[in-house]
Design a protein around this ligand. Structure first.
Ligand SMILES: *Cc1c(COP(=O)(O)O)cnc(C)c1O
Length: 425
């Protein structure tokens, strides 16, 4: 498989090159040159497969020139080592819980897969690699945890000061060796812009091997296809409606690729908070990004989602409108949904899952069959909100330990010069 840039179809990079470079130098995003199709009978015995087996089948065509079967097998076994429970909320409506990994969010899948790929690629290399990552909340924790176990790779995490939860902050500021946190006095888009600027800085790139761990890296993005198969292990090949709480749209775009491979998705429902650029696009075909708005589902606070470039690369406008229904909800509605679902169904949604739940409700008709909501984070990551609903202690043991640790971060203005100095130090 070769990878091109959304800005230049003529570019042809290997998986390894695309992963290491993170972002093409023309400011586009890497895309696989084609989407392989699964054999027609693939879903006949899907109930007998394990998620690791599926992960291997799905990802192998995308990586096989650079990772042999044994390497890939080891990587997917480690990546998909935590449970993916499917819990009933009400009737035919289920939550697929993607938050049982080390940082309690679905991003553990992509971050772990990326870290393990880079570990393989840098195993014999002399020089070191520095990973730059901007986070609106959950990416940082997943990346920090995934890379804290990997050798020869430095990680620098940029996060918006005061805009992430306490547990999220601890998840990215409590590692001491190869993982460093920069607390930026700005919002997520500022962090993302600083990272993008670094990638376009040829002088910096001469001095440092930099790579990205944002959802824009293909090694983070592609493995996210895999858990979309989990509901089919439970329910068989019946088409399902799937709601995806979305911010930078990496998760949903991975789902769209899984569908293109043959996953029988009846309908994708994109769920947004007040950062509603994609739902608005689905209404009038106008892509009109706005500055980021801060919400209680902060991992989705993205005003100008990077992966939109991938969506329009995969499909034309009409296809996008057919494949995705999009809805946006206010914080008030989100909180209300969390309360109602907890009261009536004893299921505790986190604010992101709650936005997904609302979107499903808005879209679904009674006859639509089984629907799945991707529960993207553990509610304990958002206690400032969740404590309005429940007073019980819901922290897993690992999270409690983490909360006791001391925060270590470097404060920084939105200033590229300062950022660069920190990097080349
Ligand atoms: C990152 C994140 C999202 C948004 O995912 P995208 O791939 O950026 O659309 C949703 N929910 C949670 C909890 C997240 O951490």
């Amino acid at each position: 498989m070769k990878y091109y840039s959304t800005k230049n179809k003529g570019l042809s990079k290997s998986f390894r090159e695309a992963v290491i470079e993170g972002l093409p130098s023309d400011n586009g995003l890497f895309m696989p040159e084609f989407i392989p199709e699964l054999p027609e009978d693939y879903f006949d015995n899907i109930k007998e497969k394990t998620i690791q087996e599926i992960a291997f089948d799905i990802l192998q065509p995308f990586v096989k020139e650079d990772l042999d079967d044994l390497q890939l097998k080891k990587i997917v076994e480690k990546t998909f080592s935590f449970e993916l429970p499917i819990k009933k909320i009400e009737g035919d409506n289920y939550a697929l819980e993607l938050f049982h990994g080390p940082s309690y969010a679905f991003k553990d899948v992509g971050a772990t897969f990326l870290a393990l790929c880079l570990e393989e690629f840098y195993k014999e290399a002399e020089e070191k690699c520095t990973i730059l990552v901007a986070t609106s909340g959950d990416t940082g924790g997943a990346v920090a945890s995934a890379f804290s176990k990997v050798k020869n790779i430095e990680v620098v995490i940029l996060y918006p000061s005061g805009k992430v939860s306490d547990l999220q902050e601890k998840q990215l500021t409590t590692f001491d060796k190869n993982v460093k946190a920069l607390e930026v006095e700005g919002d997520f888009d500022d962090c993302q812009q600083l990272v993008k600027k670094a990638f376009l800085d040829s002088d910096l790139r001469k001095q440092l091997n930099i790579s990205s761990a944002n959802s824009i890296n293909v090694a983070r993005f592609l493995p996210q296809m895999v858990y979309y198969f989990a509901p089919f292990i439970k329910f068989g090949k019946e088409p399902l409606t799937i709601a995806v709480p979305s911010g930078n749209y990496g998760n949903l775009t991975a789902g769209l690729i899984a569908q293109k491979m043959g996953l029988p998705v009846r309908q994708f429902v994109a769920a947004a908070n007040s950062n509603d650029v994609v739902p608005r696009f689905l209404i009038d075909g106008n892509y009109d990004p706005k500055p980021t708005v801060q919400t209680i589902s902060n991992a989705m606070d993205v005003g100008n989602p990077s992966n939109f470039q991938r969506m329009i690369d995969l499909f034309d406008e009409k296809e996008i409108r057919e494949k995705i229904k999009g809805f946006a909800f206010s914080d008030e509605a989100t909180l209300e949904a969390m309360k109602t679902v907890y009261r009536e169904h004893e299921y505790l949604l986190d604010p992101h899952g709650a936005v997904g739940y609302l979107a499903l409700k808005e879209y679904l008709n009674a006859s639509d069959g089984i629907s799945i909501l991707l529960e993207t984070a553990h509610p304990c990551k958002f206690m400032d909100v969740v404590s309005k609903i429940i007073s019980d202690d819901i922290y897993p043991a690992g999270a409690k330990e983490l909360m006791q640790k001391e925060k270590k971060s470097v404060k920084m203005k939105v200033d590229y010069k300062q950022f660069k100095e920190f990097l080349v130090g």
